[in-house]
Design a protein around this ligand. Structure first.
Ligand code: MUC
Ligand code: MG
Length: 381
């Protein structure tokens, strides 16, 4: 039996950082990203870090950064302060008892609990989650400037720098033919060594998706992500049955129950696993196990997290036996500012999984202070 270590205090900090260019999705255009950074202070002096982000405030999902902070400050933190920091599952059960939803808020807290535990035990998060199988993860880049020529130039620079060789294009905002022309032009310019995928972010109805997927296959696209509404799982199964390229579910996946439904109903070829959308690291790991058991391919998704959430995701995905479609852990590269004392390492078309205990990262406190919403710099939003 280990000694208990009291959880003393929990901070949830809103941090607004500009993006390097506008990031255009069918549901929102991001010019800045808001991170909710959690610091969980333990009685032994260890501070665990967690993070949750959303995309476009409330435009993408049910939680906003402000709502996440409110849920933590008002409901979740008071439940777990005073509990044993060596018992993450017990602490999260207490949080669960007072909040039925709020997956993103819970995920940020659970991340901080696991970071603290890993630091205390001298173990990387990946080992706490079952054990890493790889130290390097393939990472794609999203081309979403809104302009075909700019996207091609951006992709060429990424390939030349050996940073990325798989690209995801955000479509669904424009008429179908314009979107397909955009995808075809980028595929033609980049050639066969590069994989092109698209993310529709639910913008199409089923008949448009059926036509669009066939046209995209002809244009050389390899995968279509969440083409239709998140609640139309039967439609996803029909599209998958008629498609010649991979169909991936993203927004539809809110944890293990959804992963099970998709796997058992054959409603997707690939599941995008996102820690916060799943409700936390343990739930995301369960999704991976369900997909593996069902023979469904996996992809390591992002909510465009900054470096804290991205490091956590990298630890988790490093434990997946198979990650057939790679990952998209590029969130920190979309930000103008470096929030870590030592940046995450991107090379050879991917990223290195951090090696130190816990998340294996430390925040740069001066940058955090500059960009926190309640600090001196309030001009970003
Ligand atoms: C999404 O839906 O996949 C992930 C990468 C990106 O560019 O946007 C996000 C959201
Ligand atoms: Mg997506």
């Amino acid at each position: 039996m280990t000694d208990s270590v009291r959880i003393e205090r929990i901070e949830a900090i809103l941090v607004d950082v500009p993006t390097i260019r506008p990031h255009v999705l069918s549901v929102a255009t991001l010019k800045a990203q808001t991170m909710v950074i959690v610091r969980l202070y333990c009685a032994d002096g260890i501070i665990g870090l967690g993070e949750a982000t959303t995309i476009g405030g409330l435009a993408y999902g049910e939680e906003s950064p402000e709502g996440i902070k409110l849920a933590i400050d008002t409901y979740l933190a008071p439940q777990i302060i005073g509990m044993d920091a060596n018992r993450p599952a017990k602490a999260m059960a207490a949080a669960q008892a007072v909040a039925v939803g709020n997956r993103f808020a819970k995920s940020a807290l659970e991340m901080a609990l696991f970071d603290a535990l890993g630091i205390r035990r001298g173990l990387p998060l990946s080992e706490l989650l079952g054990g890493r199988l790889r130290d390097h993860l393939p990472v794609l880049w999203t081309l979403a400037s809104g302009d075909t020529k700019t996207d091609i130039a951006e992709a060429e620079a990424m390939v030349a720098a050996r940073r990325h060789k798989t690209f995801k294009l955000k479509i669904g905002k424009r008429p179908l033919k314009d979107d397909v022309d955009h995808v075809a032009a980028i595929k033609r310019a980049l050639g066969d060594d590069v994989s092109i995928r698209v993310d529709v972010n639910q913008a199409w109805d089923e008949p448009t998706a059926k036509r669009g997927i066939a046209m995209l296959a002809d244009a050389g696209c390899d995968l279509v992500e969440q083409p239709i509404a998140l609640n139309n799982r039967a439609g996803m199964a029909r599209l998958r049955a008629s498609a010649t390229i991979a169909i991936m579910a993203d927004e539809a996946l809110h944890g293990p129950t959804d992963a099970y439904a998709f796997a058992s109903e054959g409603a997707a070829d690939v599941l995008a696993v996102k820690i916060s959308q799943a409700g936390g690291l343990r739930a995301a790991r369960a999704m991976g196990e369900i997909a593996d058991a069902a023979g469904v391919a996996l992809y390591g998704g992002t909510m465009l997290e900054g470096p804290v959430g991205t490091a956590a995701a990298a630890h988790l995905f490093s434990t997946f036996p198979s990650l057939a479609f790679g990952t998209e852990q590029f969130g920190p590269l979309l930000l103008t500012e470096e929030l870590l004392a030592e940046p995450l390492s991107y090379c050879d078309f991917g990223m290195a999984v951090p090696e130190g205990p816990g998340l294996g990262i430390a925040l740069d406190d001066a940058t955090l202070t500059r960009f926190r919403r309640d600090g001196p710099n309030r001009t970003v939003r």
